[in-house]
Design a protein around this ligand. Structure first.
Ligand SMILES: Cc1cc2nc3c(=O)[nH]c(=O)nc-3n(C[C@H](O)[C@H](O)[C@H](O)COP(=O)(O)OP(=O)(O)OC[C@H]3O[C@@H](n4cnc5c(N)ncnc54)[C@H](O)[C@@H]3O)c2cc1C
Length: 312
């Protein structure tokens, strides 16, 4: 029985999380297939990259313009189409921001068991995952015939490269889902993306009013930084969850994280605490963010950020 790994990519390059998911798959079996879903421009290169990951025995390559955005609904539907063919015992993906959405969606489509965000594989059906921001470990036993897993990338080393590349098979892409068609209609967001790769990230919390955003963007431009937000900002409808940092969003480890108007809730810190240097700007000297920050500025966003821009 084979294992299906869903590949992730950014800017035409396979993301390292795919190598880590393959490494996790190697604990479960030897017949590892990688599903690459991308636009026609990047599909061939990405499939070749996937084929050369150590342990991969086959690559399924689906190419279509709408697959470039790696939308949850499209990825899950395409994976479901392969699983429907039979012969698979597991499907897995990293528990990245995408994996956290795609795998539950796939589990719902298939009505099958999912162990999310696992950090350890005990045996063929038993998996360990942290809960409550890492303060407890849960051991889960999955009973379904096809088991779905999302794996925490930091818990598995990346698989290396193999000399003999695996065969690549082209797959007919499914038509875009309704969600993909809506996204196309809506156009792209203006906030800068690639949070997971940025060396510097500015995190905006509820303390950043809408009128301060042009200054935050100016600061981000000066520093070459990406911009992320807290759950409270997403809930207020000021940004989409693509930019959410934390337990239920992206987990990042940039060289510098600047937390602006963020209180420092444990769920937010779960996503940013591995940053090398943390700078906090908050008008409340007792804000919990100062307990984790390496440098802190007690002051109003409206004054501190323009002063910082001026200094730079
Ligand atoms: C199950 C669960 C999962 C969650 N997952 C996440 C997650 O993944 N990510 C996440 O971020 N949150 C998450 N949360 C929410 C989290 O608990 C907090 O509510 C949220 O992080 C708070 O966001 P905030 O810091 O922007 O807002 P607040 O807590 O309201 O803090 C705003 C801060 O801005 C400061 N401030 C206000 N005005 C100014 C000003 N003019 N100048 C300077 N400072 C100012 C205030 O002093 C305050 O400290 C989750 C919650 C739950 C229950």
């Amino acid at each position: 029985m084979a294992i299906l790994v869903l590949a992730e990519h950014v800017d035409g390059r396979l993301d390292e999380t795919t190598h880590k998911a393959v490494m996790a798959a190697r604990f479960l079996g030897r017949d590892i297939h990688v599903l690459v879903m991308a636009c026609e421009t990047h599909s061939e290169t990405l499939s070749q990259q996937a084929a050369s990951i150590e342990g991969v025995t086959r690559v399924w390559s689906a190419a279509a313009p709408h697959l470039e955005t790696q939308l949850t609904e499209d990825m899950a539907a395409q994976a479901q189409a392969i699983l429907e063919r039979g012969g698979y015992r597991y499907a897995l993906m990293s528990s990245s921001y995408k994996g956290k959405r795609v795998m539950p969606y796939l589990a719902a489509l298939r009505n099958t068991d999912l162990a999310p965000d696992i950090t350890k594989i005990e045996n063929e059906d038993t998996f360990v995952r942290p809960v409550y921001a890492g303060s407890l470990q849960v051991v889960e036993r999955l009973k379904s015939a096809v088991k779905l897993l999302s794996v925490r990338a930091s818990a598995f080393p990346p698989a290396g490269l193999q000399a003999q590349a695996a065969p690549i098979e082209t797959l007919a892409p499914l038509p875009p889902t309704l969600a993909a068609r809506r996204l196309e209609h809506r156009g792209k967001s203006t906030l800068r993306p690639k949070l997971s790769r940025a060396r510097i990230v500015i995190g905006c919390g509820l303390g950043v009013e809408k009128k301060e955003m042009p200054n935050i963007e100016k600061l981000a431009d000066k520093l070459g930084a990406a911009i992320g937000v807290t759950r409270a900002v997403v809930d207020e409808g000021m940004a989409t969850s693509d930019y959410l940092l934390g337990q239920t969003g992206k987990i990042i480890a940039p060289e510098l994280y600047i937390a602006v108007g963020i209180s420092g809730a444990v769920q937010h810190l779960a996503g940013v605490k591995d940053s090398k240097v943390i700078v906090a700007v908050n008008k409340d000297p007792n804000a919990p963010i100062f307990q984790i920050a390496d440098y802190g500025v007690v002051g109003d966003v409206g004054e501190v950020i323009p002063a910082l821009i001026e200094l730079l």
